[in-house]
Design a binder for this molecule. Structure first.
Ligand SMILES: [Fe+2]
Length: 312
């Protein structure tokens, strides 16, 4: 079963009214790019308005979230299931019966039982909110580093698959690796999904041999037809998730046609490919011609800057 690119997280507490709701809103805010967050309770007692209020104080709107019962998720898989209930509570923590990669128990006091003046009750909520946020920052880092490790493993597998497919065609292998290197230089400056970019960079020319065999030509339009199914087979075999495969295949199927698509991932691979191709294909162009070309083709700021440094 392929692991999803985004880690699925389920927060649980007794009533899914305060703690798990705040945790859901906070993690979605802290780590939106890497996590898909849900919350539930043993019972659904309704979203607590004070939880909404103290979250709004930090600029996070959870008013659209709602209370759910854990059984609703029993058929689903989560990478992390986190119970936030305090052991000493009368009501036991809900038990998640579905599949969980990891189960964590991180207890926090239940603000639903806060007593005193309105001010004292709100302060109780704020204290728990801040404690949850403090823990979540560490937790989010853990999710991010786990994803980086997974991406690094996939990157290595894709490189091996590409080398096997291009067996002995060293110029093609070198080209793909150079495009990957430039894509990884541009990547930190773009808000692009790293696995999509790396996969598309490694596999962008993967249809070239098939294009030559079937159509007698390595022309871009034939590569764009033959590349995606081969790229898809490779990515499916090593267990990359469907959304990433679809996106990377669209890039492989568009990498010779500007304007066919326009995502940060496409722009990154596009620029990386041009950075490698300009010295190969435009070696004899004069500086003026090169300047016009650079102006015309580059789509990312970093790609443009690199081109200026390298060619102008
Ligand atoms: Fe290329």
């Amino acid at each position: 079963m392929p692991g999803p690119a985004k880690k699925r997280v389920l927060f649980l507490c007794v009533g899914n009214s305060c703690r798990s709701q705040m945790a859901e809103g906070l993690l979605r805010h802290i780590a939106a790019n890497v996590s898909e967050v849900h919350s539930a309770g043993a019972v659904a007692t309704g979203l607590n308005p004070r939880a909404v209020e103290v979250m709004a104080e930090t600029g996070i709107d959870i008013s659209a979230q709602w209370s759910k019962v854990v059984d609703q998720f029993a058929e689903e898989n989560f990478d992390y299931v986190v119970t936030l209930c305090d052991e000493s509570e009368d009501n036991p923590c809900p038990v998640f019966l579905g599949e969980a990669g990891r189960r964590l128990h991180v207890p926090f006091d239940d603000p639903a039982y806060a007593t005193g003046t309105e001010q004292e009750i709100l302060d109780f909520f704020r204290r728990v909110r801040d404690q949850i946020r403090g823990w979540l920052e560490t937790f989010a880092n853990e999710i991010i580093s786990e994803q980086c490790r997974e991406v690094a493993v996939w990157r290595e597998q894709l490189v091996q698959e590409m080398k096997t497919l291009f067996h002995g065609d060293q110029p093609r292998i070198d080209h793909a690796l150079k495009v990957l290197e430039y894509a990884e230089t541009i990547l930190p400056e773009e808000t692009a999904d790293p696995l999509t970019v790396k996969a598309a960079a490694i596999l962008h020319d993967i249809g070239i041999h098939e294009a030559e065999r079937k159509h007698g030509s390595a022309a871009g339009r034939f590569q764009e037809i033959e590349g995606p199914p081969i790229a898809r087979r490779i990515m499916e075999r090593i267990g990359i998730d469907g959304d990433t495969i679809d996106h990377a295949c669209r890039i492989v199927g568009s990498h010779h046609t500007a304007g066919k698509m326009d995502t940060p991932e496409f722009r990154t691979v596009w620029d990386a490919d041009w950075l490698v191709n300009i010295p190969d294909e435009h070696a004899t162009a004069d500086r003026k011609k090169l300047a016009r070309l650079v102006d015309r083709v580059f789509k990312t700021e970093k790609g443009y800057k690199l081109a200026e440094e390298l060619f102008l």
